[in-house]
Each structure stands twice: as structure tokens, then as C-alpha cells.
Design a protein around this ligand. Structure first.
Ligand SMILES: NC(=O)c1ccc[n+]([C@@H]2O[C@H](COP(=O)([O-])OP(=O)(O)OC[C@H]3O[C@@H](n4cnc5c(N)ncnc54)[C@H](OP(=O)(O)O)[C@@H]3O)[C@@H](O)[C@H]2O)c1
Length: 288
């Protein structure tokens, strides 16, 4: 990974931080795109120490605000003249319905709309790379959205549940990956999705999940894998020659996994692409 520039969102903890450490150890320039800069600087210091590399940098990114996404993309484009890999890692699950700065339901906003916008803004730079790669963190939880995207209530205004919103957002990550692979077919950029496993990270902690679901999330922690093990599939998709030129896949344990039927729907991917573009442009933002 020597000479390659890698942007990893949400890398101030968990799988993202472990991904940063692994790719920094391989010699990549690491850009940690994080919303909590204090936490990010602490994580960057740990990544530098673990990798014995000083080529580890922090930029500000709040995916719950498209202005912040735009500023982050501008900073990346101005500070680095090339970009090889974008790992859309950041994500979360929230017990209570909340909205982003532009009024989108937070799970869809942070897990899908923000990453969609960031990717669009960085895409031309990725196209300039010898072999650009986009890695989207999805989840096996996308299977829970077995009836597909809830087109009549994408924002959970009529009915909201943490798992309902989360599984839909992770299905959206798969459909986004399909949409990207289709649109990038005649370029050198590939897009793949990953399920990291059940990982002992900050996921759902810090008050993000409350009640019985929050308790369940805590009880399973001893049985979950480490963040380093959870980062393995992201690292594989970001760096391995084995997946050079492979696009549109869904990987689990660094091997092709089984996406749901809904996650393989071209029609749903096209519809989501259009709907997401409209949500962003109607909020007053330009996709390039
Ligand atoms: N853990 C699992 O078992 C599991 C399973 C399947 C999929 N995943 C996926 O793996 C990815 C990484 O999760 P993780 O397990 O490593 O959880 P984590 O430790 O909670 O990390 C999530 C990261 O996302 C960031 N984030 C949250 N909201 C953000 C926002 N508005 N703007 C920018 N960054 C934001 C967090 O930043 P803050 O520190 O500022 O909150 C944190 O750095 C997620 O996409 C998740 O859906 C995890």
C-alpha cells in the first residue's frame, strides 16, 4: 500500500481505527475522517504507534450534516493530490428517532446519505487512481430488511424502530455498492461491500441503544470478535490483489458472502440512487 492514499470514515474507534492501523502498517497514507476530533487525535496517535508510521492524518467529517461532508471532501481534495481507497466505515444504530442537519432520519442520513454524498464528491479523484477502490461497510443485518427498502416511509416518520432503520440502511449500503459498480464498470474504480462479523466495538454503546436492546447488545460483547479481526474484510477489500478489478460484491470473512435477494435488485439500486440524489440536491447541495 506504499504510496496509496486511503480515507477511512469513522476511524476514531472500533473497526475503522483497526482498519487504519492495518493499512498504515502496510505503508498507506491514512486519512481518518471523523466527527469527534479529540477522540480522532487520540486514535491517530495510537494508529501511528501501532503502525510505526507518521503518515496518519485527521480530517473533520460529520455525516449527519451535508455541509460537513462537503467541507471534508474539499479538504481531502486540496490536501492530497491523489486518492486510491475510500472506506465508508462510519455508521451507527439509534434507539430513538433523530434527524440530521438536513432533516433526514439519522440512521439513513449517517449510514447512507452522507456516505453517498462523500463518495460522489471524491469519485473523480478516485477515478484518477491506477486502481481506485470503494469499500462500503454493510452488515449481515441487511437480511432483516427482507421486504426491501420501505419506499413509503424511508425516513421512519410513520413507524420507527432501531433495527428496522439500521437493517434498511445496511441494505441501502448494498444497493449503493451495486449502483456504484454498474456506473463505474468502464472505469478503473471498483466498489465492494463488507460484513465485518459481530464485533466488540463502540457500536450501539454510549447511550445510542437503550432499554432491553441496549442490554442485549452489552450481554453479547464477550462473545464478539475484536475490532482487529472485524477489520480484516475491510483491509482485504482495500488492499488485496485477489480482489483487483472485482466489483459489486458482498464479502464476509474476506470471501464472497450471500447478499439477500433485495440486496441484489438492480431496480431497487437504481431507484435508491435516484431518490438519494434527489434528497441531496433538494437540500441545496450539488453532487460534484
Ligand atoms: N460492530 C459490529 O458488530 C458490526 C456488525 C456489522 C456491521 N458493522 C458496521 O461497521 C461499521 C463500523 O462500526 P463499529 O462496529 O466499528 O462501531 P463504532 O466503534 O461505534 O464506530 C462507528 C464509527 O462511526 C462514527 N460515526 C457515527 N456517527 C457519525 C457521524 N455522524 N459522522 C461521522 N462519523 C460518525 C463514530 O464516531 P463517534 O465516535 O464520533 O461516534 C465511530 O467512529 C458501521 O458501519 C457498522 O454498521 C458493525
Amino acid at each position: 500500500m506504499q504510496g496509496k492514499v486511503v480515507v477511512i470514515t469513522g476511524s476514531n474507534s472500533g473497526i475503522g481505527e483497526a482498519t487504519a492501523a492495518a493499512l498504515a502498517t502496510m505503508g498507506a497514507t491514512i486519512v481518518m475522517a471523523c466527527r469527534n476530533l479529540q477522540k480522532a487525535e487520540v486514535a491517530a496517535t495510537a494508529v501511528r504507534a501501532a503502525s510505526r508510521s507518521d503518515d496518519v492524518h485527521v480530517v473533520c467529517l460529520d455525516l449527519a450534516d451535508l455541509s460537513s461532508v462537503q467541507n471534508c471532501a474539499s479538504e481531502v481534495l486540496s490536501r492530497w493530490d491523489h486518492l486510491d481507497v475510500l472506506v465508508n466505515n462510519a455508521g451507527g444504530i439509534w434507539s430513538d428517532r433523530q434527524v440530521t442537519a438536513q432533516g433526514f432520519e439519522q440512521t439513513l442520513g449517517v449510514n447512507h446519505i452522507g456516505p453517498f454524498f462523500l463518495t460522489a464528491l471524491l469519485l473523480d479523484r478516485l477515478k484518477g487512481a491506477d486502481a481506485g477502490r470503494i469499500v462500503n461497510l454493510s452488515s449481515v443485518g441487511h437480511h432483516v430488511a427482507f421486504t426491501g427498502m420501505n419506499w413509503n416511509d424511508l425516513q421512519g416518520e410513520k413507524r420507527y424502530s432501531a433495527f428496522g432503520a439500521y437493517s434498511q440502511s445496511k441494505l441501502a449500503n448494498l444497493l449503493f455498492t451495486c449502483g456504484l459498480a454498474k456506473r463505474l464498470a468502464d472505469t478503473r474504480v471498483t466498489a465492494n461491500a463488507a460484513h465485518p462479523g459481530s464485533v466488540r466495538s463502540g457500536f450501539g454503546m454510549d447511550g445510542d441503544m437503550t432499554g432491553i436492546v441496549g442490554l442485549g447488545n452489552r450481554l453479547i460483547r464477550p462473545f464478539e470478535i475484536s475490532a482487529t479481526a472485524g477489520a480484516a474484510t475491510s483491509v482485504y477489500l482495500a488492499s488485496s490483489p485477489e480482489v483487483q478489478g472485482q466489483s459489486g460484491g458482498y464479502y464476509v470473512h474476506s470471501r464472497p458472502g450471500h447478499p439477500s435477494k433485495q440486496g441484489r435488485s438492480d431496480a431497487a439500486a437504481d431507484r435508491l440512487w435516484e431518490v438519494t440524489e434527489n434528497m441531496i440536491t433538494e437540500s441545496g447541495f450539488t453532487l460534484r
